[in-house]
Design a protein around this ligand. Structure first.
Ligand code: NDP
Length: 239
């Protein structure tokens, strides 16, 4: 039975991942930052273990991984780095605190978690790490400079960790969603959504389940010879 840890599991794509891995029969723990009520409801619904942990804090991450190990009854063998935060503004209006928060949440948090779980994965000679990037990390987004830079950093993290951990039986891959229907995009008005759909070859907004399918694949035995890859789940937007 797989032991799965998902960051940012309280809503959106992360909550869909929690439901999917629980449905697959895995033991699942998830991290969240502030959505106590949503996390508690999801934990009750799925049987997953909810752990409040800000992924920007390396010490809290180390403690959360230990807590997950206890709750799961064994070491984490699948890590999904999904926690993320976006910020839309001209780069000249981005203050230092916002820059750091975007880099810390989207990039450093993934590093801290990968670092905290890898010792046990190396010992067991098996592990799967899936990072949730973004198509903006591939092609860049105007007015989303810190977010795009952090997600581009996840590409480097994915490839370098894949090389370092491959000999230990650990694969590291990245899923890069396009526009997905979650709270992260709640602020988009109808006109902007329509423009995004018009720019998408497959002519629709994505769903959390579109992302789940790619993550499940990278976590599965079918992907055992695939590592260091970035897979767009964007309806062709970033081709
Ligand atoms: P949501 O905004 O719906 O959910 C974000 C999740 O991340 C929440 O569970 C939130 O917890 C958690 N989170 C945020 N900051 C922290 C933190 N510091 N520590 C721990 N948890 C944190 O986002 P989505 O589901 O839309 O996005 C999930 C991932 O997919 C992100 O990495 C995002 O960048 C990426 N993505 C999303 C796209 C989209 O169009 N939606 C497109 C491309 C990529 P809490 O609720 O407690 O704050």
């Amino acid at each position: 039975m797989r032991h799965v840890l998902i960051s940012g599991g309280s809503r959106g794509i992360g909550a869909a991942l929690v439901r999917a891995f629980c449905a697959d029969g895995a033991r699942v723990a998830f991290l969240y930052r502030s959505g106590h009520e949503a996390a508690a409801v999801l934990a009750r619904e799925t049987g997953a273990c909810a752990i409040c942990c800000d992924v920007c804090d390396p010490e809290a991450v180390t403690a959360a991984v230990a807590q997950a190990r206890d709750a799961l009854g064994g070491d984490v063998d699948v890590l999904v780095n999904n926690a993320g935060v976006a910020h839309i503004a001209l780069s000249r209006d981005v203050d230092d605190a916002t820059w750091r928060r975007l880099l810390d949440t989207n990039l450093s948090g993934a590093f801290y978690l990968a670092r905290a779980v890898q010792g046990a994965m190396i010992r067991q000679g098996f592990g799967r790490i899936v990072n949730i990037g973004s198509m903006w990390g591939k092609v860049g987004a105007s007015c989303e400079v810190p977010y795009s830079a952090a997600k581009a950093g996840l590409r480097g993290l994915t490839m370098s960790l894949a090389k370092e951990l491959g000999p230990s039986g650990i694969t590291v891959n990245c899923v890069e969603p396009g526009v997905i229907d979650t709270e992260m995009n709640a602020a988009l008005d109808a006109e902007t959504r329509a423009a995004l759909v018009a720019e998408t070859p497959l002519s629709r907004i994505g769903t959390p389940d579109d992302v789940v399918a790619a993550v499940r694949f990278f976590a599965s035995d079918a992907a055992s010879f695939i590592t260091g890859q970035c897979l767009g789940v964007d309806g062709g937007f970033a081709i």
